[in-house]
Ligand binder design. Structure first.
Ligand SMILES: [Mg+2]
Length: 403
C-alpha cells in the first residue's frame, strides 16, 4: 500500500471584513466568532483515504502539508510513527516546536491513523490500547447566565467563562450562581503578556470562593516563573498548554507540576501519538488532560474523542457548540452532545468524513486578527490604549477594589 497524494480543503466561516461606513474594524477569523478550518485527505493506491485536520494558522499549515506531501508519496501509510519522525526531522530548519509545523504533523498523522483503522476494520481507539470509556465528557463556553442555561439545556455539565486577560470576577460569579453547585465552572484568562503574577494572584484569590474546576492561563504560560508564583499563591487548579506543540513544548509545564491540567490542541500538538505521549508524561505527575479546541473544526474533534477514550487521565474535551451553525454540515456524521458527553465513534478509522461540496461553499480569504482600536490591544497612539499594560492594570484595580 502506497501514498499517492494529499488533497487539502481550506474553508472560512463567520466574521468577514466589512466596508460599511462607521463599522468597527474588520475582524477576520479565527477570532471573534469566525473560523478558518483546514481539512486534508491522504490518498492511496488502494483507494482507501484518510482524513485529518490541522490548525495553528490553517492557511499557512496548508502550505506546510503540501511541502510534507513530497516526503510521503510512495510511502506505506501504515508506518505511522516512522513517517512522523521522517516529517519531523524533515522540517528541522523551520524550528520544530512551532504550531504551524505541529498543525501539519497533526493533520497528516491523524489521517494516517484513519487509513490504518480503515484497513484493519477497527476504530482508531481500538488500535491505541482500547477504550476506558464509551463516551467523552465535553464542556462549553458561556459568558452569561443565559448562555450557561442554553448549554445546560443541551445537556452540558461544565462551562468555561473566557476573558482576554482582565477577568471579571462578578461575571464568573453570575455564571456560577446560574448553574448551581453541580455544574463545573472554569475560567480562561488567555495569559496575556500584560498580566503580572501579582494581579493574577489577586484575581485568583477573588475567584477561590467560586469553586472552579480550573483557572486557565492566568499569566502567560511561557513565563514559568510567573506560573510558579501563581501556583504557590492559590488553591485553584491551574491549566495551560494550548499554545505549544510536541512533547518538548509541553515538557516544562509538566515536569515542574506548574499545572493541574494540560491542554494540548488536537489540531496542532503534533498528532494523536504525540498527545498520548503527553498524557503519559502528565500521568506520571498526577496531571489531567483536557484538550484545547478553541478554533478547531469537527475532524480534529473526532481525533480528540479517540484519544480521550484511551488515556486514564482524560478530564474533559473543550467544545465550541455555538461557534457556527453549519459546523455539522461539513462533516458526516455530525457528533451530538447527550447528557454532557459525545459517544465514542465505532466505525473503522476515525469514523468521520468531510463533505467537500459543503466546504467549497466557504472559501478562505484571510486569517489574522485585525485588532479593534478600542479594546486596549492595538497600542493605538493618541488614545488611552497607547499604554495598554497600564490601562489593563487600572481596569483590574478598579474592578477588584469594589469587591
Ligand atoms: Mg484557552
Amino acid at each position: 500500500m502506497k501514498i499517492t497524494g494529499i488533497d487539502t480543503f481550506l474553508m472560512q466561516v463567520g466574521a468577514r471584513p466589512t466596508s460599511e461606513p462607521g463599522a468597527k474594524a474588520a475582524v477576520y477569523s479565527d477570532f471573534r466568532g469566525g473560523r478558518n478550518w483546514l481539512f486534508i485527505r491522504i490518498l492511496t493506491d488502494e483507494g482507501v483515504y484518510g482524513v485529518g485536520e490541522g490548525s495553528g494558522w490553517p492557511r499557512v499549515v496548508e502550505t506546510a502539508v503540501k511541502d510534507y506531501a513530497t516526503l510521503l508519496i510512495g510511502e506505506d501509510p501504515r508506518d505511522v510513527d516512522r513517517l512522523w519522525y521522517k516529517l519531523f526531522n524533515g522540517s528541522m530548519g523551520h524550528g520544530q516546536l512551532g504550531t504551524v509545523g505541529g498543525g501539519a504533523l497533526s493533520a497528516i498523522e491523524m489521517a494516517l491513523w484513519d487509513i490504518k483503522g480503515k484497513v484493519l476494520g477497527q476504530p482508531v481507539w481500538n488500535l491505541l490500547g482500547g477504550a476506558f470509556r464509551t463516551r467523552i465528557p465535553v464542556y462549553g463556553h458561556a459568558k452569561t447566565p443565559k448562555q450557561a442555561h442554553e448549554l445546560m439545556a443541551l445537556g452540558y455539565k461544565a462551562v468555561k467563562v473566557s476573558f482576554t486577560g482582565a477577568v471579571d470576577v462578578d461575571k464568573v460569579a453570575a455564571v456560577r450562581d446560574a448553574v448551581g453547585p453541580d455544574v463545573d465552572v472554569m475560567v480562561d484568562a488567555h495569559g496575556p503578556s500584560w498580566m503580572t503574577p501579582a494581579d493574577a494572584i489577586r484575581v485568583a484569590r477573588a475567584l477561590e470562593p467560586l469553586d472552579l474546576l480550573f483557572f486557565e492561563d492566568p499569566v502567560a504560560p511561557e513565563n514559568l516563573d510567573a506560573f510558579r508564583r501563581v501556583r504557590d499563591a492559590t488553591d485553584i487548579p491551574l491549566a495551560a498548554g494550548e499554545r505549544v506543540a510536541t512533547i518538548w513544548g509541553l515538557r516544562p509545564l509538566i515536569e515542574e507540576e506548574l499545572v493541574d491540567v494540560v491542554q494540548p490542541d488536537t489540531g496542532r500538538a503534533g498528532g494523536i501519538t504525540q498527545m498520548r505521549k503527553m498524557a503519559a508524561m502528565a500521568e506520571a505527575h498526577w496531571i489531567m488532560m483536557a484538550p484545547h479546541s478553541g478554533s478547531l473544526g469537527p475532524v480534529a474533534e473526532y481525533a480528540a474523542l479517540h484519544l480521550m477514550a484511551t488515556i486514564p487521565n482524560a478530564l474533559m474535551l473543550e467544545r465550541l457548540e455555538m461557534d457556527w451553525p453549519g459546523r455539522g454540515t461539513v462533516i458526516t456524521p455530525a457528533p451530538e452532545v447527550v447528557d454532557g458527553h459525545i459517544a465514542l465513534p465505532t466505525a473503522p478509522g476515525l469514523g468521520v468524513d468531510i463533505v467537500p461540496a459543503e466546504i467549497a461553499k466557504y472559501p478562505s480569504e484571510r486569517n489574522v486578527l485585525e485588532l479593534p482600536a478600542d479594546d486596549g490591544w492595538a497600542f493605538e497612539t493618541g488614545t488611552r490604549d497607547e499604554a495598554p499594560y497600564a490601562q489593563m492594570r487600572l481596569k483590574r484595580r478598579l474592578k477588584l477594589r469594589g469587591r
